[in-house]
Design a protein around this ligand. Structure first.
Ligand SMILES: [Fe+2]
Length: 214
């Protein structure tokens, strides 16, 4: 009893301070507008459609070109890819140095790259890009916003449903990008294209990027 009384006395005299709540394990997602995109997007769309017509793969849920975009031998595509690599390097340098101040010199390199065409009713189920450090997506054409859902990448968030979530467990974040925007996020982030309901075409280009330590 004595100990309890002492504890109560202390509780009365020690000032309380607010709890510190840290939101940990954030995931970086970058959106960057391509300068003068309106000048190149029409030409890119024509090129993608021509490639898809000749060597593309028409799946039940969307149409893709082959993963040979870096061999298209087109100056507009090459300039866009060079810009994507430059932006991706800045993204990785900025974030990488926060993790590790002695970040080694590196180059960002393309593993594979392709274009996707969505027609009304098309979609792409949740997936991630294996063996990819960084996923890059550039939006070429759409009648409205290009929707992309990012899916909670934390492991085990669906192990049990307590009825109340305190950290957005299992949630999706829907991005609504415009043609001319580039998205960058880690390759392990699951993403999905919700059903495309617009008239016309939704065209995007993707790059699977890696790092070459120099
Ligand atoms: Fe993807």
């Amino acid at each position: 009893m004595t100990a309890i009384h002492q504890h109560d006395d202390l509780a009365d005299t020690i000032p309380t301070s607010p709890a510190v709540i840290a939101q940990t394990f954030a995931t970086p997602v970058a959106r960057i507008a391509r300068p003068y995109a309106e000048i190149i997007n029409g030409q890119l769309a024509e090129l993608v459609l021509a490639k898809a017509d000749t060597t593309g793969n028409q799946y039940t849920y969307k149409t893709e070109t082959l993963s040979d975009l870096m061999q298209w031998d087109n100056p507009t595509v090459e300039a866009l890819s060079a810009w994507v690599l430059q932006i991706a390097k800045q993204f990785v340098q900025t974030l990488g140095r926060q993790q590790r101040p002695d970040l080694p010199d590196f180059e960002v390199v393309v593993g594979s790259s392709w274009a996707s065409i969505y027609r009304t009713g098309d979609q792409h189920e949740a997936h991630f890009h294996p063996n990819t450090a960084l996923t890059a997506i550039y939006y070429v054409q759409a009648p409205d916003a290009c929707e992309l859902d990012l899916i909670d990448p934390r492991a085990h968030v669906d192990y049990y449903d307590p009825g109340i979530t305190i950290a957005g467990e299992g949630s999706r974040v829907r991005l609504r990008c415009r043609p001319g925007e580039l998205l960058l996020f880690p390759g392990w982030v699951k993403h999905a294209v919700p059903e495309f309901t617009g008239d016309g075409l939704r065209i995007s280009i993707s790059w699977n990027l890696g790092y070459k330590i120099t």
